[in-house]
Write a protein that binds this ligand. Structure first.
Ligand code: NAD
Length: 281
């Protein structure tokens, strides 16, 4: 029996509709949520992501501004982000990666106050997640957790294999899943036989950036498979999962495109709305 396919676009739209309502209530209180996206000479791909975030934000009524700080020195860039952090009209600040000229982007990210860190990438936010304290969680792991929840997939007491351990996706997912009661196995480049891990898993989450990495032989029968990967091949988007073979063995699968991707932007926006809601009017 073929797997049920998760409709990330429809779930994202339902969340966006909910956000529109929340924003309308905030606006009636005189609070217009605002997201500022800071970049340093963004490349073509980053520009696409920036436009995508701005378009979706504006659809739900969140104001946005993109500011390129390439003309500033590194010290001025840090001062600028610090200043945005103090600006009462700004609710969320994100730095569009990669940040040209920064060997360690963390130094600039850490100028964002944790209270406006809607990407959840500052050291304070990351530490809070590791220790289970409240704080902002990066949008992509949040999107995966929300897709599982909305698809009624229980993670408590389940074995989950997360492939990838980046600060942006894999690592936060590890903590979120562990805190939700899952036994988490982490796959990464240094793991010799990835299939040894994936075959034990009730849920496989692929976030490696390696097209078609997860094949049908690597998963157990009726596993849930979430594909975070976005790989551009011949102008088309492909995931980390070999969708065609895996869909006939899994019980539930998220496609690329149309799975985690559309959810990521709305989860970022839901973080912006949270900041605005916490603000005293
Ligand atoms: P990254 O390159 O920072 O990290 C990749 C991780 O996967 C590393 O830990 C690496 O060890 C592991 N890995 C890579 N190839 C592997 C292999 N062959 N076998 C086992 N492990 C392997 O990437 P990232 O920023 O975490 O992103 C991962 C993927 O998710 C990319 O395709 C990216 O485009 C995509 N992504 C999607 C969204 C979304 O909204 N859907 C958001 C962010 C990232």
């Amino acid at each position: 029996m073929s797997a049920k396919i998760i409709d990330g676009k429809a779930i994202a739209q339902a969340i966006a509709n909910q956000l529109t309502q929340e924003v309308t209530k905030l606006t009636a209180r005189g609070i217009v949520p605002k997201l500022v996206i800071v970049g340093i000479n963004p490349d073509d791909r980053a520009q696409v992501y920036i436009r995508m975030k701005q378009k979706r934000a504006e659809e739900v009524g969140i104001a946005t501004e993109f500011i390129d700080i390439a003309d500033k020195t590194p010290v001025e860039q840090q001062e600028f982000v610090t200043m945005l952090g103090k600006d009462n009209s700004v609710h969320g600040i994100i730095l569009q990666l990669p940040l040209m000229g920064w060997y360690d982007a963390q130094d600039l990210l850490d100028c964002i106050p944790a209270s406006k860190d809607v990407d959840g990438l500052t050291t304070i936010s990351q530490d809070a997640l590791e220790t289970g304290k409240p704080g902002f969680i990066p949008a992509t792991p949040l999107a995966v957790m929300e897709l599982l929840k909305q698809s009624k997939v229980e993670v408590n007491n389940k074995t989950v294999c997360v492939i990838g351990r980046s600060n942006l996706v894999g690592k936060p997912l590890y903590y979120l899943l562990e805190q939700a009661g899952a036994k988490v196995l982490v796959g990464h480049r240094q793991v010799n036989d990835l299939s040894k891990l994936t075959r034990q898993a009730d849920i496989v989450i692929a976030a490696a950036g390696s097209p078609g990495l997860v094949t049908a032989e690597m998963i157990k029968d009726r596993a849930v498979v979430i594909d975070v990967g976005i790989n551009e091949i011949d102008g088309k988007l492909k995931g980390d999962v070999d969708f065609e073979s895996v869909k006939d063995k899994a019980s539930l699968i998220s496609p690329v495109p149309g799975g985690v991707g559309p959810m990521t932007v709305v989860m970022l926006l839901s973080n912006v709305v949270k900041v605005a809601q916490n603000k005293k009017s």
